[in-house]
Design a protein around this ligand. Structure first.
Ligand SMILES: NC(=O)c1ccc[n+]([C@@H]2O[C@H](COP(=O)([O-])OP(=O)(O)OC[C@H]3O[C@@H](n4cnc5c(N)ncnc54)[C@H](O)[C@@H]3O)[C@@H](O)[C@H]2O)c1
Length: 269
């Protein structure tokens, strides 16, 4: 028996890279997978190889995302796992020369796409009585990434969105997590970038390693976490630092008069 026997998974960006590897792995674990991508030729080829359904959809168009979830429910009987994975990079480091067009191009896929996917996924999973949502963020969603600041901003947005959406979803029996891969050998990396990593002896992960992490995330039952994947390491939830909050006066619940913040998060007279 596979770990996902009887489950139905919808995967965006499943025509290539991490999405494709996850579709293959989920299928091997007994799930039926709905392949969603805007690249019809590559998407159909993946679906045909796995003997499953392909739906062409642009993740940045809410009507197409809704239609993809509806098609999955119609064709495969429901959705138990939604992997919101479609994403692009723009590789533009100079903010002073960033065009509006380039900015909108990435925001609509990497942020709008996850928002539209999350909304559609919650509705579909509720009809199923629960399930698992995973969005692909990145290591760039946890650290600065100067070669592509807008990409970095989109992945921070995905981290904040999923961590914020997760707590109330627990009552609906829905888990929501991000997967945060480091450098992975897929088409999102340019040939020049791959050459640079090879020259520097910097290891790239195979997409299958991220697919392996996806099985663990989905079956863990954990929620609201950001699972870091790095070469040579098992996937693990990132341990966020505690953010200092206000130190309040016990009697009034207010910051006492004459007290100022010390600068390290504590309060001093
Ligand atoms: N490869 C890495 O090093 C790496 C690291 C961290 C995070 N990621 C993230 O992983 C995710 C998957 O990327 P990948 O590395 O597999 O790259 P990839 O280019 O191999 O795959 C991305 C897939 O998304 C599809 N796609 C792009 N825009 C779309 C849209 N508007 N609607 C529907 N489908 C669309 C593409 O057609 C492609 O099939 C992305 O969100 C990416 O940001 C990748």
């Amino acid at each position: 028996m596979g770990e996902l026997e009887g489950k139905v998974a919808l995967i965006t960006g499943a025509a290539s890279g991490i999405g494709k590897a996850t579709a293959e792995r989920f299928t091997a674990e007994g799930a039926r997978v709905c392949i969603v991508d805007f690249d019809a030729d590559a998407g159909r080829a993946v679906a045909d190889a796995l003997g499953t359904v392909f739906v062409q959809a642009d993740a940045g168009e809410s009507s197409e995302v809704d239609a993809a979830f509806a098609a999955c429910e119609r064709e495969l009987g429901g959705v138990d796992i939604a992997f919101l994975n479609a994403g692009i990079a723009i590789g533009h480091s100079d903010m002073a020369t960033l065009s509006d067009e380039r900015y909108r191009q990435i925001m609509r896929v990497n942020v709008d796409g996850v928002v539209f996917g999350l909304r559609a996924a919650i509705r579909a999973l509720e009809r199923r009585g629960g399930g698992a949502i995973i969005a692909t963020a990145s290591i760039a969603g946890l650290i600065p990434f100067p070669p592509d600041p807008i990409y970095d901003a989109t992945k921070h947005a995905v981290v904040g969105l999923i961590r914020s959406a997760a707590p109330p979803l627990a009552a609906k029996n829905i888990t929501a997590n991000t997967v945060n891969p480091g450098m992975t050998d897929t088409n999102i990396l340019t040939d020049d970038a791959k050459q640079m990593f090879a020259t520097a002896n910097f290891p790239l992960m195979p997409a299958s390693q991220i697919a392996e992490a996806l099985v663990e995330i989905v079956t863990s039952g954990r929620t609201g976490e950001c699972w870091v994947c790095q070469p040579g390491r098992d996937a693990e939830p990132y341990r966020f630092h505690g953010v200092p909050g206000p130190r309040l006066d016990g009697a009034t619940g207010r910051v006492p008069p004459g007290v100022t913040e010390a600068g390290d998060g504590s309060w001093a007279h």
